[in-house]
Design a protein around this ligand. Structure first.
Ligand SMILES: NC(=O)C1=CN([C@@H]2O[C@H](COP(=O)(O)OP(=O)(O)OC[C@H]3O[C@@H](n4cnc5c(N)ncnc54)[C@H](O)[C@@H]3O)[C@@H](O)[C@H]2O)C=CC1
Ligand SMILES: CC(=O)C(=O)O
Ligand SMILES: [Mg+2]
Length: 600
């Protein structure tokens, strides 16, 4: 039975259209809009699918694009060869970023076929580190709209403006105000590169259809004076609004999003101070903050494996964090949860953490007013002594774990790395700041200065490194391992909230995906090439946690065992390789139906 619904055009006209070899009709037939697999998207025009050069001649005639593309119907292999050759001609990362953005805009399925087949090589070009440069230069390199921009001046009208988004159904949005883009500071509306990049990974990693994603940037002014002075800057040149104004704006925005798309999942990303909005909206919306919670989960997932490989008992670990911001505190809290899970009391677990910010070790008697999110970890056992530098802190603590979420590239000096290697057989060194220029140390430095013994992960990717006749492989501790699965699990279970247990479950899923081969080479994150399987597993764990917390609404999923549920999840995932095949199948069925119709 055809999946193609009845058309209003007379049968004769349809057959005529199918058989036409001359120029296309000037007015499109109504059936053209009924194909399930050629839906338009705002940032992905309808022509994306219709102009795919792999479409058969029959399909082109049916779609009336015959003659509008070169004659040969080519295989994906040929398309891929051409794209990769064109990409290779681009010499700088930003040129490659632009090439891939244009490809996504013009032929979305081809872009995702390429991305999913070449994840390891292409992710750094659509995501960190290259997206960092793209955000810094957004107003210079801007080419096409790929998301929504809402301004403070639009307050009072957000609901109406959101109606302008041409896509009827949106299942997930990533929203930023651009105020803390990676470790690069306030980039204003240039931050739009982040929602676009994150959502590209939602599609590539977790198979969420591209047309149900909404990249969203809110322009609440900027504290970046250079941007304010830049005539090319595409955002408002006003100063940042006050926290009260931001709250009022967000109250309206959240309500407007839910009004238009009641089931929408909302991910907050790269806000300078994201704690208030997380607290304010987490109960009433299916929302989470990726920098606090996604990062917390992914690093907890990595630490589970690294702690095992370190040979040191969980309760004997001591962690020094350089950076006590959203990510630092989010990660430390999530690992506290894991330590509690492993049998420690909360006080015992918390006592294993020493957080360092720009003023030094975070202590209760330091003399400054601590931001609220830092007080939980502030030390009280320092006997009045204060420690200003990382060097002083590590001499005092002699940590087993050194975590970098500080935005300070190179902060883990050779001396610090060597000390870590003196105190520990397998020092755990996570240099997590993004992009690569902000990484607290490189993989090469971590390996060289610990004589190959570091258990290492970084936020942005590094290449494998050869040292003393051995090849070492870096781990990438980036929230990209979990946020796609958190979103997918929340969407598929129709969860009304993203609960702390769902976040915890996403991190806990990661170690279940590590292979023996990966363990052998000291990896505690799965190979990135398997990210679709990893995201499906994360989604499975997220759904189970949603069920336990009773926030899911698709109750029949509760009846499935894990194996069936994981298979069901995979079946729901968008597969870019299937898209043109689906169009071909629908057209073939239509042709067959028409041929079988009684002649009038
Ligand atoms: N690998 C991953 O998946 C993720 C990485 N990150 C990265 O983590 C970094 C921090 O992000 P957030 O915590 O959200 O930023 P944030 O602005 O909230 O926090 C930055 C922290 O670093 C501290 N800091 C700044 N300069 C310092 C110095 N000279 N010495 C010691 N501490 C200093 C600040 O006091 C603050 O505590 C960014 O580079 C971001 O890209 C963030 C989220 C996920
Ligand atoms: C990876 C990420 O979310 C960040 O660096 O902010
Ligand atoms: Mg982020």
């Amino acid at each position: 039975m055809s999946t193609f619904t009845a058309t209003q055009a007379p049968i004769g006209q349809q057959v005529g259209s199918l058989l036409a070899t001359s120029t296309p009709h000037t007015s499109p037939p109504s059936h053209k809009h009924r194909l399930k697999h050629t839906r338009a998207t705002a940032h992905v025009p309808n022509r994306a699918a219709h102009f795919d050069t792999s479409l058969s001649i029959t399909a082109r005639k049916y779609l009336q694009t015959y003659g509008l593309t070169p004659p040969r119907a080519e295989s994906y292999e040929v398309q891929k060869t051409r794209c990769l050759a064109q990409l290779a001609l681009k010499t700088t990362p930003i040129e490659k970023f632009l090439y891939l953005s244009t490809l996504r805009y013009n032929n979305v399925h081809l872009f995702y076929r390429l991305l999913t087949d070449h994840f390891t090589e292409l992710t750094p070009l659509v995501y960190t580190p290259t997206v960092g440069e793209a955000c810094q230069r957004w107003s210079e390199i801007y080419q096409q709209p790929e998301g929504m921009y809402l301004s403070f001046e639009d307050r009072g009208h957000l609901s109406g403006i959101i109606q302008n988004w041409p896509q009827g159904n949106v299942e997930i949005t990533v929203v930023t105000d651009g105020s803390r883009i990676l470790g690069l500071g306030d980039l204003g509306v240039g931050g739009m590169g982040i929602p676009i990049g994150k959502l590209a990974l939602y599609t590539g990693c977790a198979g969420i259809r591209p047309e149900v994603t909404l990249p969203l940037t809110v322009d609440l002014g900027t504290s970046n004076k250079a941007l304010q002075a830049d005539p090319l800057y595409m955002g408002s040149h006003r100063d940042k609004v006050t926290p009260e104004e931001e709250r009022e704006f967000l109250d309206e925005l959240m309500a407007a999003l839910k009004e238009r798309w009641p089931d929408i999942v909302i991910q907050f990303e790269d806000w300078k101070n994201p704690f208030p909005s997380l607290e304010r909206y987490r109960q009433d919306y299916a929302m989470f903050n990726d920098d606090i919670q996604g990062t917390g989960a992914v690093i907890m997932g990595g630490i589970i494996g690294a702690v095992k490989q370190s040979g040191v008992a969980t309760r004997d670990h001591r962690a020094v964090f350089l950076g006590a911001g959203s990510a630092g505190v989010g990660v430390a809290k999530q690992i506290v949860d894991y330590f509690i899970h492993e049998g420690m009391t909360e006080e015992e677990a918390k006592s294993r953490f020493w957080l360092v910010d720009s003023k030094g070790l975070v202590t209760q008697d330091r003399g400054d007013k601590l931001a609220e999110h830092k007080t939980y970890f502030s030390r009280t056992d320092n006997n009045g002594q204060q420690f200003q530098t990382l060097d002083e802190v590590i001499e005092y603590v002699k940590p087993t774990i050194l975590m970098g979420l500080s935005t300070i590239g190179g902060a883990f000096t050779p001396d610090i790395l060597q000390k870590m290697a003196t105190w520990n057989e397998r020092p755990i060194i996570f240099a997590l700041s993004n992009p690569s220029s902000k990484s607290e140390c490189t993989f090469e430095e971590a390996i060289t200065h610990t004589d190959g013994r570091a258990l290492f992960a970084s936020g942005s990717p590094f290449q494998p490194y050869a040292y003393k006749d051995k090849i070492y492989h870096p781990g990438q501790g980036n929230n990209m391992y979990v946020f796609p699965g958190i979103g997918l699990g929340t969407i598929l279970s129709k969860a009304v909230q993203v609960t702390p247990n769902m976040i915890y479950a996403s991190g806990e899923a990661l170690p279940t995906m590590i292979t023996e081969e990966e363990k052998q080479i000291s990896l505690f994150y799965p190979c990135i090439a398997r990210i679709r399987d990893v995201s499906a597993r994360v989604a499975l764990h997220v759904i189970r946690a949603a069920q336990k917390d009773n926030v899911d609404r698709l109750h029949h999923l509760r009846e499935m065992n894990d194996e069936s549920l994981e298979a069901w999840i995979k079946d729901k995932m968008y597969d870019p390789h299937q898209e043109t095949k689906e169009i071909e199948n629908e057209i073939r069925e239509l042709v067959d139906d028409l041929a079988a119709s009684p002649k009038l």
